[in-house]
Design a protein around this ligand. Structure first.
Ligand code: 2BA
Length: 107
């Protein structure tokens, strides 16, 4: 048995949870925030058999792939000399830990 801890963007959370659920995989979502940016993100706890770890990681990767997005900068950013009305930012991605589970008990 393994415990997968996956830190993903809030924006990708529903898609990842739906993808896991469609395959009959259970998950718990925790609302968290990153220590560096202090922005909200989501941490998923997924307990599963060792044979399914790669499938879980595949689903997480499929729905939280890193991609770029064009966003309108804030007025303060614009006043610092940036003239473009849109800037490209990277969003998504996942940080995944896979841990051994000594015991899995449901009472
Ligand atoms: P990522 O490395 O993709 O990390 C995204 C989020 O995943 C992190 O949010 C944090 O919540 C979690 N995370 C990543 N590595 C972890 C670890 N070893 N242990 C526990 N949680 C972990 P943030 O901390 O807000 O970081 C957001 C992004 O800022 C990071 O994206 C990275 O690109 C950058 N970053 C983080 N720490 C940095 C640092 N000390 N210096 C420069 N850039 C940093």
């Amino acid at each position: 048995m393994k415990l997968i801890v996956a830190i993903i963007s809030n924006d990708d959370c529903n898609s990842v949870l739906n993808g896991l659920s469609r395959k009959g995989l259970s998950a718990t979502k925790l609302s968290t925030s990153g220590g560096f940016l202090r922005a909200g993100n989501a941490t998923l706890l997924i307990g599963t058999e060792e044979e399914k770890v790669d499938e879980v990681i595949g689903i997480i990767g499929e729905y939280s792939r890193k991609r770029t997005q064009m966003v309108s900068p804030s007025p303060s950013f614009m006043s610092e000399g940036f003239i473009s009305s849109q800037v490209e930012v990277t969003v998504g991605g996942a940080t995944v830990f896979v841990l051994d589970v000594d015991k899995f008990i449901k009472l």
